[in-house]
Design a protein around this ligand. Structure first.
Ligand code: XLS
Ligand code: NI
Ligand code: NI
Length: 437
């Protein structure tokens, strides 16, 4: 195969003073931070859908992307060629992982049988390329939202046949993920939601969704797939109301239907902001429940209210993200997955490199800043001291459950009033963070 990126060699770490746009300024894979290499901390993954299937099309016009290796056909051989290009890209970039939807990698055939056959034919190339390069699959997933058959949803469709097709698709995607040694499998809600409650039986739909996930859990055990299952929250787009709207809603759903032991969350930045939260908030909610699994690293635009899926470049964002991830023990099965796309105007292949290099550098920098803040200890100490009234006396008594409302009344009747103990010091803390940026 002719190289798809003939002018680009392996992206190297050149340090902060480098002016080479095709070099890392901060991501030094072998550098140790808090006892682990950056490579192990960040576990970067490239997404197949945006990076190798994105064309730049939008509702107002067709794609603009120039991709010389793609013959534009829907053939299996074109898909196989694309797979080889994908691995050339990921290898030159030096990302250890990648992710796909079943339909990103192989074209649909005229029926399920033919579609599965196409998928196998491309999976064969993926497997060979994984072996050649050592690049691994972070997670696989099934696209249960593009095909018109899923117009009403998949697991939550009013059409039982659509549910069945989705189940069959998940079965196959799990098998291929397993065959490729995937570290996980993700369920993003796709069209699981509603446009109007006038035509929707919400309770019934949620029960069906839970049923589908239970079937997947059973099958996972049956085939001996030990990868981690994730749910990816998102509040809107494509439907007006997505059932998996944010981390709290997902956790509640998983608990209600006895699914929580089998799932963690895959938190995406732009989905957090669409839900009216920060990334830090969503990660904290997941982490507190022991369900912080993986992240889809991207960012939205403050002025645009949809899932713009831009590459993350803000050091504040990556620092706050890494602070929470480090706090909860790091990414174990998960990774930093760039669910992000270049802008429509950035139509050249080299833009894919600029985008990923920028994202990886931003996370490397965020990791180092977060580690420095943790080593310094002032932030953690401040938070600890803020709750000092709970460490002894009446606070400790309440925490240990050794009190009653009557005893608390007696305490306060004696004391008479609450004395303010500590300032929140938000401005001081924001300044402290800035010391490290
Ligand atoms: C869409 C989601 C999707 C998932 C995978 O907004 O982010 O790309 O990550 O299905
Ligand atoms: Ni995503
Ligand atoms: Ni998204």
């Amino acid at each position: 195969m002719q190289p798809a990126f003939p002018k680009i060699t392996k992206i190297a770490y050149e340090g902060k003073s480098s002016r080479n746009p095709l070099a890392f300024k901060h991501y030094n894979p072998d550098e140790i931070v808090e006892g682990k290499t950056m490579r192990e901390h960040l576990r970067f993954a490239v997404v197949y859908w945006h990076t190798f299937r994105g064309t730049g099309s939008d509702p107002f016009g067709p794609g603009t992307a120039v991709r010389p290796w793609d013959d534009g056909s829907n053939s299996v051989s074109n898909a196989q060629q694309r797979a080889r290009v994908a691995f050339e890209f990921i290898e030159k970039l030096g990302a250890p992982f990648y992710c796909w939807h079943d339909r990103d990698v192989a074209p649909e055939g005229k029926n399920l049988r033919e579609t599965n056959k196409n998928f196998d034919a491309v999976a064969k190339v993926l497997k060979a390329e994984q072996k050649r390069t050592g690049i691994k699959l972070l997670w696989g997933t099934a696209n249960l939202f593009s095909n018109p058959r899923f117009m009403h949803g998949a697991g939550t469709s009013c059409n039982a046949d659509a549910f069945v097709f989705a189940a069959a698709q998940i079965k196959k995607a799990l098998e291929v993920t397993h065959e490729l040694g995937g570290a996980g499998y993700t369920f993003w809600g796709g069209r699981e939601g509603y446009m109007t409650l006038l035509n929707t039986d919400m309770k019934r739909e949620l029960e069906h969704l839970a049923k589908l996930l239970h079937l997947a859990v059973d099958y996972k055990k049956q085939i001996g797939f030990n990868g981690q299952f994730y749910i990816e929250p998102k509040p809107k787009e494509p439907t007006k109301h997505q059932y998996d709207s944010d981390a709290a809603a997902c956790l509640n759903f998983l608990r209600e239907y006895d699914l929580l032991p089998h799932f963690k969350l895959n938190i995406e930045t732009n989905h957090a902001t669409l839900a009216g939260h920060t990334m830090q908030h969503e990660l904290e909610v997941a982490g507190g429940a022991g369900a912080l699994g993986s992240i889809d690293a991207n960012t939205g635009d403050e002025l645009l209210g949809w899932d713009t899926d831009q590459f993350p470049t803000s050091f504040y964002l990556t620092t706050y993200t890494m602070l929470v991830i480090l706090k909860y023990g790091g990414l174990t099965t998960g990774g930093v997955n760039f669910d992000a796309k270049v802008r429509r105007e950035s139509f050249e292949p080299v833009d894919l490199f600029h985008a990923h290099i920028g994202g990886m550098d931003a996370f490397a920098r965020g990791l180092k800043i977060a580690a420095a803040i943790r080593a310094d200890g002032r932030l953690a100490e401040f938070v600890k001291n803020r709750y000092a009234s709970w460490d002894s006396g009446i606070g400790a008594k309440i925490e240990s459950g050794k009190t009653t409302l009557k005893a608390l009344e007696a305490y306060m009747l004696k004391q008479g009033e609450v004395t303010p103990n500590v300032s929140g010091r938000q401005e001081f803390l924001e300044n402290l963070i800035n010391e490290y940026l």
